[in-house]
Design a protein around this ligand. Sequence first.
Ligand SMILES: [Zn+2]
Length: 64
Amino acid sequence: MKRILVCPVCKSTDVEYDTAGVTGKYHCKNCGYVGSAVLEMTEGEYKEMIEGKDIEKKAERENW
Ligand SMILES: [Zn+2]
């Protein structure tokens, strides 16, 4: 199964491996994060995470 890279800061999938190769770090084009730690998950897991986020947001709204 295909795995996708997810930024640990902003949860964007707009993450690229630094192909210059020397640093071996990842770069998030969305928030500018640079580091060796990055979330790696399947598309299904990512979808679940995003959907979970939406549910959290809805719950927060209901509490207002
Ligand atoms: Zn990011």
